[in-house]
Design a protein around this ligand. Structure first.
Ligand code: PXP
Length: 244
């Protein structure tokens, strides 16, 4: 299974001082050398971590790396994506006050806008993924919007399934896992590639990686970067890759 390393929090550290380090490009080089199958980054409208120049430079310096740009379904960011041409974009909901992405995209109630951005991206040769909750109506809407893939929001599952988290609850984790699996099966039956991400850790990613025919890629960031504080980014990526 592929591992997409989300590098947002390397930029978060840099932006905490509006400085030039840690060097994002050097970090990406280490991630790729450690076996990351792709690099994911979120160009938020508030530019709290990743900056426009980061996206452009990454594409330029690593032309063959699989770049996945997370973005809100808005024209201003779609324009940047169209110029930079990542391999894929993942449309996510954005709310300025949130700490991180909260909940999946409501494709069903924003079908026109999401279909329009999806088409624009695809006509620039970019694959489109939609970040959604494991919900049949949203999967159906993702298919209707013409998406190539979905990324299932694993946040709730991740909360309940990590023994170190305060909400750890084995039976609720099992229930959330079943939801993710049936959503993934449904999406696959409709020809959508299924990825997953959000909140995954070294302690729970393996529970999902047991289903290789179902999930193609996991996008994981925060826990890998947190681990890198102790072991370095290369080893942190290698350890996660080994789990998948
Ligand atoms: N996938 C999506 C769509 C996200 O928005 C995020 C967080 O930016 C991730 C994956 C990675 O989540 P985490 O940092 O919790 O591993």
């Amino acid at each position: 299974m592929r591992l997409g390393v989300n590098i947002d929090h390397i930029a978060t550290l840099r932006q905490a001082r509006l400085d030039v380090y840690p060097d994002l490009l050097a970090a990406v080089r280490e991630c790729l050398a450690a076996g990351a199958d792709g690099i994911t980054l979120h160009l938020r409208e508030d530019r709290r971590h990743i900056q426009d120049a980061d996206v452009a430079l990454l594409r330029q310096i690593f032309p063959r790396a699989r770049l996945n740009l997370e973005m809100a379904a808005v024209d201003s960011i779609a324009k940047i994506a169209g110029q930079v041409r990542p391999n894929s974009v993942c449309l996510v909901p954005e709310n300025r006050k949130e700490l991180t992405t909260e909940g999946g995209l409501d494709v069903r109630n924003n079908l026109r806008k999401i279909t329009s951005i999806t088409r624009k991206m695809q006509s620039a040769g970019i694959k489109v993924s939609l970040f959604i909750d494991p919900d049949a109506a949203q999967i159906k809407a993702a298919k209707a919007a013409g998406a190539d893939m979905i990324e299932l929001h694993t946040g709730t599952f991740a909360e309940f399934s990590d023994q170190q988290r305060p909400n750890y609850n084995k039976s609720r984790a099992q229930k959330e896992l079943r939801k993710l699996l049936s959503a993934a099966r449904l999406a696959k039956s409709w020809g959508l590639q299924v990825n997953a991400g959000h909140g995954l850790t070294y302690r729970n990613a393996r529970l999902l990686s047991r289903y290789p025919g179902l999930f193609t890629e996991f996008n994981i960031g925060h826990n890998i970067i947190a681990r890198a504080v102790f072991v370095g980014i290369k080893k942190a990526v290698q350890e996660m890759k080994a789990l998948l």
